[in-house]
Design a protein around this ligand. Structure first.
Ligand SMILES: [Ca+2]
Length: 274
């Protein structure tokens, strides 16, 4: 009996040591292959906000931003909410925005992705809901940023932007195929994810939105590849497709996808000041 107990203790010590060693080296953003999934969905979590800090799951910093901080009529605050969240524990990100200004106010939230390579994934996903008590916009814009060398060999920032629509007061998962995001075709070295509240785009100038479980995921259906669209572009050889036409074409090819996410119809240049 003692022998057995000693064995158990020894095993426990061994396991504890092993776990602590693993713990030291564990990276929060380690890609996780979900179990019992016939399609073997793999994902990399960008931010689950569960530890209630502005350091995301990729060890990147996060924060709010304002296009014009001197404009005191607009503001944004980020908090963590442990009662409104996805899952049984942790928290969500709670953004309290206000762009109810006489100026063309824009503010939002950014989180650093640290040059993440997401070519192994095909969708960008997150959960979002509006707050009934404080009100909320049903639409806002998101953006990805990366840098690349221009012809002169200097770094230039390139962006992919999207307008998300149809937000309700219930949690819903927004799932955007990377292939339909115009602006970025090479999904390596992604630097930043940004949420934007623009006075001229939101349908409620102030309110509260909750975000949770931001991730890149590999799904069973990656959607059409950008290269698939080349013949369609050539069909209209008299003139190039506009970004909007191109996006509509891609969405048509997805048989109605996406229902909840709409590709933006314009690409503002130079917005934001990060
Ligand atoms: Ca969470």
């Amino acid at each position: 009996m003692w022998k057995k107990a000693r064995y158990k203790i020894a095993l426990s010590v061994l396991l504890l040591s092993l776990f602590s060693i693993m713990g030291v080296h564990a990276v929060k953003n380690r890609p996780v292959k979900e179990q019992n999934d016939p399609y073997e969905r793999a994902s990399v979590v960008v931010a689950d906000f569960n530890d209630g800090t502005l350091i995301n799951n990729l060890n990147g910093e996060s924060g709010t931003w304002e296009k014009n901080p001197d404009d005191k009529m607009q503001r944004i605050a980020a908090r963590f909410n442990s009662s409104v969240r996805r899952g049984n524990d942790g928290s969500s990100l709670m953004l309290e925005y206000n762009v109810d200004s006489s100026e063309d106010a824009i503010n939002g939230f950014w989180t650093q992705l640290g040059g993440l390579d997401v070519t192994a994934y095909d969708h960008f996903e997150f959960w979002v809901k509006g707050d009934n008590e404080n009100g909320y916009t049903t639409t806002f814009e998101i953006e990805f940023k990366k840098t690349r060398k221009n012809a002169e060999g200097n770094d230039e920032v390139i962006k992919a932007s999207y307008v998300v629509k149809g937000i309700t007061s219930n949690w819903q998962k927004i799932s955007i195929p990377q292939n339909v995001m115009n602006g970025i075709s090479d999904w390596r070295d992604i630097r930043e994810f940004v949420i934007m509240f623009q006075k001229r785009r939101v349908d409620n100038p102030k309110g509260v939105l909750y975000f949770d479980d931001i991730a890149f995921t590999k799904t069973a259906d990656p959607g059409p590849k950008a290269t698939d669209a080349v013949p369609h572009r050539r069909k209209k050889s008299d003139r190039d497709l506009t970004d909007k036409e191109f996006a509509e074409l891609l969405i048509k090819r997805l048989n109605g996808f996406p229902e909840k996410v709409f590709v933006q119809k314009e690409f503002p240049a130079g917005e934001g000041n990060f």
